[in-house]
Design a protein around this ligand. Structure first.
Ligand SMILES: Cc1cc2nc3c(=O)[nH]c(=O)nc-3n(C[C@H](O)[C@H](O)[C@H](O)COP(=O)(O)O)c2cc1C
Length: 226
């Protein structure tokens, strides 16, 4: 161990059964291989639980590197993650970053195009600047639904670009250096042809609608102007 500690905060409401967890956890194991001590916490259970939130905030104080892994919700960070980041930022106001902690992020979205993640990546960069973290970069990807809750190492060839990107990003992150643009671009590469992903997504929607007895109502447009 090199004495550096990484804290992973998983910002998905699905907790450890999420794509965010699969991606973040994979990066964590790679960072462990680079000599870092690792810790992982789920954001959602800490909200409304003072003891857990205190533990989370103390863990943020103690880490040398903070990794945020989260899904895109309505083009943004999920609200409970925003709340947590606000608490972290408030707590750090006026503090001199003695050891200058670093921050990296992984955001995945459900649409096929990675570019939907851009505003969220920008928000994390601003958070880092305002809360006194050195920003190492944000690894963003579309088609996040294709990962699901499986560990990344078990997701097979479909995540080949993402697995390689995380492997290439790990030494930079471990050394506190910015993630190179080429690695960010590799992470952003589609996992499969767009038509195939959207076809699967449509099939999934219809199947879920049938299960809940609303298959015939999928075409309704209650907010359409007449
Ligand atoms: C309430 C909600 C809002 C979402 N908003 C977006 C969105 O704006 N853009 C997008 O591409 N995906 C959106 N998604 C899809 C998720 O980003 C996607 O399913 C992601 O893979 C979930 O990751 P997770 O398993 O880490 O939670 C949304 C999902 C939910 C449940």
């Amino acid at each position: 161990m090199n004495g550096r500690k990484v804290l992973l905060l998983v910002g998905s409401p699905r907790g450890s059964a999420s794509s965010s967890h699969a991606l973040g956890d994979h990066l964590l194991s790679l960072l462990e291989g680079h000599g870092m001590a690792t810790k992982k916490l789920l954001v959602y259970p800490a909200l409304g639980d003072d003891k857990r939130m205190t533990e989370l905030l103390a863990a943020v104080d103690a880490c040398s590197l903070l990794v945020l892994a989260f899904p895109l919700y309505v083009d943004q960070l999920p609200a409970p993650l925003i709340d947590t980041l606000q608490r972290i930022a408030d707590r750090r106001q006026g503090r001199q970053g003695e050891m200058r902690q670093a921050l990296a992020a992984i955001v995945n979205c459900g649409f096929p195009e990675t570019l939907h993640c851009r505003p969220a990546a920008g928000i994390v960069r601003l958070f880092a600047a305002q809360a006194g973290f050195r920003f190492l970069g944000c690894l963003a990807l579309g088609m996040g639904g294709a990962i699901g809750k499986r560990p990344l190492a078990e997701a097979g060839g479909v995540v080949r670009h993402q697995a390689r990107a995380l492997k290439e990003a790990a030494p930079f992150i471990a050394e506190g250096r910015e993630i190179p643009l080429a690695v960010i671009e590799l992470m952003a590469r589609p996992m499969m042809p767009r038509w195939f992903y959207t076809g699967m997504a449509h099939w999934g929607w219809k199947r879920a609608a049938r299960k809940h007895g609303v298959r015939s109502r999928l075409g309704e447009r209650p907010f359409a102007e007449v």
